[in-house]
Ligand binder design. Structure first.
Ligand SMILES: *Cc1c(COP(=O)(O)O)cnc(C)c1O
Length: 403
């Protein structure tokens, strides 16, 4: 017989999935409720209400799409786009290209503008591209996990609001770790993540959208044939599972049946969002900022180089150039197997060039930062790299002492 489940203890310092808060793990083991149980509807409503706090929005609509974060991104794209609609994607890393892929699959005419990895866009460049292409949707990543860069969104959002373009934002890796101001920045539809700064397991995509988006979705609404043949729509959304117009009506007071909501995961996100509320957004962002500063100080004191434009560095990921003659994958393996510490490599042109160290949610803790720095320093030396011995942890401790 296969042995009972047994997993090693890990310090997860990747950009997701990260360690889940123990309170979330406890909530996940709560007994199941039926999907029409009023007690369960109450929990769904509470989740919807609490989601609006980290999204900093007064939108009526907020819920989770069942599926990992990209299910929310795909639902948003396929709900907004009909064949031939124009989508502008300014991409500065891997997840920008995911938007291209999703838009093309939805039948869009896509215009891609690109930035070298490690940089972000000047908002004016994006606005010029919008003026030239006149897209229905502008799709951008807020925090680009693959390069550790964060994009300024406010001016682009303001332009979209004033000019009838829908601004779709992937805030998967920033949601609950750094500010994501949906209303203030003019974001029409935003998708967050669970396994990143919210510290809930992967499998749900928090989403919120405003009236402009709701109007587009409602115009395409079709009620499922098995429930009634009364609402047919020639412009129906291609995907049934990811049909936001239907899912919205499952989450609101109509409770029109769609899928079977993931009971246990709702318990998990309910507790995760309660933790966000309890800590307070300001304090949560300050905690992430402090741990980021300690990590950066340690990395630099060690003699390593941070990757990318530091003026647009993302607070929830720190990218480090792999020193010459050091095998980045060998270092990651030793970190994992000897120290129980997991850090990430990167994608595409950055594969083998940088390590990515996450600073997210429950994993964003002083002991994790200190443990990771100590382990990384020893591991690089072990693999023949040159570092300033003993400097990293001291530099990080100094940041904590001076706070
Ligand atoms: C992690 C991540 C995703 C994909 O999330 P999944 O949960 O794996 O689907 C999308 N965008 C960004 C910016 C991410 O960091």
């Amino acid at each position: 017989m296969i042995k009972e489940l047994s997993v090693p203890t890990r310090t997860i310092m990747t950009p997701g999935p990260v360690e889940a808060d123990p309170r979330v793990l406890r909530a996940l083991s709560t007994p199941i409720l039926g999907q029409y149980d009023p007690a369960f509807f109450k929990l769904m409503n509470e989740v919807a209400t609490m989601l609006k706090i980290p999204f900093e929005t007064k939108n009526e609509v907020a819920f989770v799409v069942d599926g990992t974060s990209r299910s929310g991104l795909e639902a948003a794209m396929s709900g907004l786009i009909e064949k031939g609609d124009r989508v502008l994607v300014p991409a500065y890393g891997r997840f920008g290209y995911l938007f291209v892929e999703l838009a093309q699959r939805a039948g869009a005419e896509v215009k891609l503008i690109e930035k070298e990895w490690g940089q972000t866009f000047d908002p004016e460049e994006v606005i010029q591209a919008i003026k030239a292409f006149q897209p229905k949707v502008v799709a951008m990543v807020h925090g680009e996990t693959s390069t550790g860069q964060i994009q300024d969104l406010k001016e682009i959002g303001a332009y979209c609001q004033g000019n009838n373009h829908i601004f779709l934002v992937d805030a998967v890796a920033t949601f609950c770790g750094v500010p994501v101001k949906v209303d203030e920045w003019g974001i029409d539809i935003a998708i967050g993540g669970t396994q990143k700064c919210l510290s809930v397991p992967s499998g749900m995509a928090p989403i919120t959208y405003n009236k402009r988006v709701e109007k587009i979705l409602t115009a395409r609404y079709q009620l499922e044939l098995g429930l009634s043949n009364q609402i047919r729509n020639p412009d129906f959304i291609q995907s049934n599972y990811l049909d936001l117009s239907q899912i919205q009506r499952y989450w609101n007071s109509e409770h029109v049946n769609h899928h079977t909501e993931m009971t246990s995961m709702i318990y998990g996100i309910h507790e995760g969002l309660r933790l966000v509320q309890e800590e307070g957004l300001k304090a949560r962002f300050a905690r992430h900022r402090l741990n980021e500063q300690a990590m950066m100080a340690g990395i630099q004191a060690m003699g390593l180089t941070l990757f990318g434009d530091l003026t647009s560095k993302m607070g929830t990921v720190t990218c480090v150039e792999i020193p010459e003659k050091v095998d980045g994958e060998a270092v990651r393996a030793t970190l994992l197997h000897e120290f129980g510490v997991e850090i990430a490599s990167s994608f595409g042109s950055l594969q083998g060039k940088i390590w990515r160290i996450g600073n997210m949610g429950y994993s964003s803790r002083k002991e994790n930062v200190l443990h990771t720095l100590g382990a990384l320093e020893a591991t690089i030396s072990y693999h023949g790299g040159v570092v300033n011995q003993g400097a990293a942890v001291l530099a990080a401790l100094a940041v904590y002492q001076n706070q």
